[in-house]
Design a protein around this ligand. Structure first.
Ligand SMILES: [Zn+2]
Length: 447
């Protein structure tokens, strides 16, 4: 009886997963010239060397309904609405992938080039620097088109499985900023969710996630920070595989310690964090993983996040002559908005995507620099063992505080908003707006 039951279950699981076709591909986006580096405001950093190549990686999944869904990860700091529009248009027109079946995640890498208008208020470029940025951006667009096409072209019958491990790299950075921050909460999410794609006995793709800023490094080299080192390590451990890193809800987490301004020591640290994360993934793969069944039901929707009142126009005008650098650019931006739109916008659009795998696994993709509370909240709601929550999809937008973080104040809740071009912090409805939309989309995707 036991034998019969086991064979029956084996049949059932191979029947469930035989329905998948999966394909993975990667495209090198290492710049071929010195380019302005992204992620930190202030003085322009031009890249001086390449520590290791940086990548776009795509995973295409075709289920037995015939629908193909594609997730692309990137060793980039983020994307903008303008970039998303270009990439999504080409994915639809060239490859037939509808918007709700395209998830575009970035690792939030701070050792990559600047692209297009991402975090544009951070930088002030010479015409030559801006031209290097533009050449690089065009290359990135071409690579997105290529990597999505190559992943679809690589579709083969496959089995998918999910499980998660733990890695102790992330520290809540709000709590770690010195004595004045000790009153902040120390929440982190150290889960390492993993999806493996196997064709026969061979691992074709490993998608893994973590909630932590890729900010171990801040020097002048191109690299993927700890996430880049982790991907390298995994592709070495599983030859022929594509390892895709998904940034989860690391808005308020940093790897600690960080050695700023000392490239060699910091690179060693980033490498160590990458190896710790890769080891967590290897342990997951060595253990028992749950088969993931299809189909993927995809739902996408948008909510609005409302902003508190901004600084009045006369005050902006009064203060701007005394400012320099980024604060000056921010104030000038608000003055322009008043002049062109009649006021500064009082809300932003906030897209959310949900992919439901079969009947028991939910993948929630949020927009912007989401703090860890969202990961913890939605995993509590939809299952600690069968939900994956990630931020850093779509437009980089802003930090996305929970109500707790907003009320506490500080950079991720309040003071970081100007540098994203928003007039003020979000109102206290921010978490509820997101939660209501997630609930609606999870329900829609479960039908
Ligand atoms: Zn950030």
């Amino acid at each position: 009886m036991k034998y019969l039951l086991t064979s029956f279950l084996l049949c059932l699981s191979s029947f469930a997963s035989a329905a998948w076709q999966a394909g993975a591909a990667k495209a090198d986006i290492t710049p071929t010239e010195s380019v302005p580096l992204a992620g930190y405001g202030g003085k322009t950093r031009m890249s001086q060397r390449v520590e290791h190549p940086i990548w776009l990686k795509a995973l295409a999944l075709k289920d037995d309904s015939g629908a193909t869904s594609v997730l692309v990860t990137a060793d980039l700091v983020g994307l903008s609405d303008r970039m998303i529009a270009v990439i999504a248009k080409s994915a639809l027109e060239k490859h037939g992938i509808p918007r709700e079946r395209l998830i575009l995640n970035t690792s939030h890498n701070h050792s990559c080039p600047v692209t297009e208008d991402v975090l544009w208020l951070y930088y002030e470029f010479t015409p030559e620097e801006a031209a290097a940025r533009d050449r690089y951006t065009q290359m990135v667009y071409a690579r997105y088109e290529q990597v999505i096409g190559n992943a679809i072209a690589a579709l083969v019958p496959a089995e998918l499985a999910f499980e998660q491990g733990l890695a102790g790299v992330a520290v809540n950075r709000r709590r770690s900023r010195g004595p004045e921050s000790r009153a902040f909460g120390g929440q982190v999410d150290q889960d390492v969710p993993v999806i493996t794609v196997k064709a026969g006995n061979e691992i074709k793709a490993i998608m893994f996630g973590y909630s932590c800023h890729t900010t171990a490094l801040g020097g002048l080299s191109i690299n993927g920070d700890y996430a880049g080192f982790a991907q390298l390590e995994l592709e070495k451990s599983f030859p022929g595989s594509v390892a895709l890193f998904v940034q989860n809800c690391g808005g308020d987490a940093n790897p600690l310690p960080r050695i700023r301004g000392k490239d060699v020591e910091a690179t060693e640290l980033a490498g160590m964090y990458g190896r710790i994360l890769a080891e967590a993934v290897r342990q997951v793969i060595a253990g028992t993983m749950k088969p993931l069944s299809g189909p993927v039901r995809a739902a996408m929707g948008e909510t609005e996040l409302f902003l508190q009142p901004g600084i009045p126009l006369d005050e902006l005008k009064q203060r701007v002559p005394n400012l320099t650098g980024m604060p000056k650019r921010e104030f000038e931006h608000f003055i322009r908005q008043h002049e062109q739109l009649g006021s500064t916008p009082d809300r932003v659009k906030y897209p959310i995507q949900v992919w439901r795998f079969g009947s028991d696994f939910t993948f929630i993709a949020l927009t912007g620099e989401t703090v860890v509370d969202y990961s913890l909240k939605f995993k509590a709601a939809y299952g600690w063992n069968n939900a994956w929550v990630c931020g850093y999809n779509n437009d980089l937008l802003s930090y996305v505080p929970s109500l707790r973080v907003l009320k506490e104040g500080g950079y991720e809740g309040v003071t970081g908003m100007f540098e994203y071009g928003h007039r003020a912090p979000y109102t206290e409805t921010v978490e509820q707006q997101i939660t209501t939309k997630v609930e609606e989309l999870v329900k829609a995707a479960a039908k």
